[in-house]
Design a binder for this molecule. Sequence first.
Ligand SMILES: Cc1ncc(COP(=O)(O)O)c(C=O)c1O
Length: 418
Amino acid sequence: MSKIWYPYAQMKNLDVQYKILKAKGTCLYLDNGEKLIDAISSWWCVIHGYNHPEITRSAKQQLDKMAHVMLGGLTHNPACSLAAKLVEITPYKLKHVFFADSGSVGVEVALKMAVQYWHNMNQPQKHKFLAFKKAYHGDTCGVMSISDPDDGMHTLFKDIIAENYFLDAPEHGYPAKEKYLVTDLEKLDDFLRNHHYELAAFIVEPLMQAAGGFNFYSAEYLKEAGKLCDKYNVLLIFDEVATGFGRTGTLFAADQTKTSPDIMILGKGLSAGYTGISATLASTEIFESFYGPDESNAFMHGPTFMGNPLACAIALKSIEIFERDQYLAKISKIESVLKKELFKISSAKIKNIRVLGATGVIEVKEKSSLAGIQEFAVKNGIWLRPFGNYVYTMPPYIIEAKELKMITETLSKFFKRL
Ligand SMILES: Cc1ncc(COP(=O)(O)O)c(C=O)c1O
């Protein structure tokens, strides 16, 4: 029996056959001498591909200074510079950064911040959250309570975790037609009108619900949702763990919504997949509610590895390269190729094909249609990991046109065989 307990799998049925010896650029190198193009950027984080020479050099330089030091009562340049950079590049309300070590913990931090903000504002009854059905915000207990309670993978825990509210996710694609927007926004308006007194925040994955089923929805919706949250005095939280750093075509999905959330969470691409780090950014209004002479207003959170200098140095270099090498143009090219090539694929088994930024998704009618697709892709030199009714690609942004073609052709060939 395996000593490693692998994720999201029945261990009895699991046979992990692929052992990676090294990774470079877009490719994973296996112990059997084969190489695979990683079409999903190691769960969407390896935005510069693997072992980018400049990032690796920065990591080594930082290691020579210090790999780690606690952020409790101490500070250091990599954390100070990264906080300043994140405040500079994120939406206008966000001015303060709380570091943690993973996306899930970053979202937990956001939830705690929102609840305590209302407590500090003498409205402790505002401690519930509104989230979307199909949402996925991570695997820890607090975030399970704002992830889809029925169709998500955490249904088992439904009755023992905090009870929150869920709204039907807007399902009319990106961008949505005016008439659908109106109905979706009416539902939100109704809900906020009836529940604002008990709501701390509305939390969303902006533009793209990722692991809950790759639902793309309109920037207009979020723009108007921001206004409604202001009207009803409910905080707006953007979980950009998956969408941040270019995945939907702009640096942040928030950039397309022309609104600023009160809290935003970054993870995954923040460290370009080198190491675990997340950042929860908050507005000055939130920060100031914790600020003052009263110790009991302090934010009682502090993961051991928060602001880890190695992770911060890596994140700074990653952002520098992203800006310097015009990654948004690269992402736009990836989007064009994905649209051109994926939209050509046709099969009676397919329900929908959609592309947004550097994300391409094929949704099938029956999950069984995707049986064998991972083995088929590996035979064609591609690493894919479908789930449920979805097979998708979220390639590293450094991918060459011919490599991207290999991914789309592999998908095309798979569906032709069915
Ligand atoms: C939107 C979103 N939030 C949070 C998380 C959790 O991040 P992590 O796996 O780093 O804990 C994920 C992971 O896929 C995610 O997609």
